[in-house]
Write a protein that binds this ligand. Sequence first.
Ligand code: MG
Length: 241
Amino acid sequence: MSRSALIKPLTQKAIHGKTRRVWLFDLDNTLHDASHAVFAQIDVSMTKAVMQALDIGFAQATALRQKYWERYGATMIGMERHHGVNAAKFLHMSHDFHAPDFVKPEKNLASLLQNTPGIKYILTNAPHDYARSVLQTLGILHCFAGICSINQMRLQGKYRPKPSQALMLQLLAQLKSEPHETILVEDTLKNLKAAKQLHLKTVHIFHEGTPFSAKHKIRPPYVDLRVKSVQELLRHPFSHY
Ligand SMILES: [Mg+2]
């Protein structure tokens, strides 16, 4: 595998020289409120994609989606493994909507990101084209050095989405980043737990719309910092030492 295989580079301008810190930002419900409207769209187009790919009905497709999502962390992996569906094609079909219609642009987010020391990447289990389109709509694409999306999360021929520790270790190696200088920012707790076991720094964006988040009203021990929004994080002393 080539050195940069897990990351699709974006812009060199995003590199900050002041610190060796590396930020890994999740996308949905971390950098924007996906529960607002995007998740409903993904829901519709994902079910449609399963129905079309396997020529089955709505109820059956919904049940399969749920099963594969729980088992593999991504529906696409089950579709490829059990039905021989082309992964890239399925990813495209499953996010086949115009993201800008469903994403609310965030004021100040670009300047907050750019004033925060460290190089920043996106680490998302969503497809690349979707991630790019959301970042563009938010006006923050230029703040990131690269995107590691589900399209790139392949190790030894198998998809390894978050919370795979094999993925995270390979990513650290490729970025030449030390775990204690790498920060994972996420709304999904199981991803943060896996990262903390590898000694990364962890920031939990508490979002009420994220599955299971309501069960965790207090900060779990594997979370270094818990905030209500990415804006709060980027204004916090944690981000500026
Ligand atoms: Mg998320």
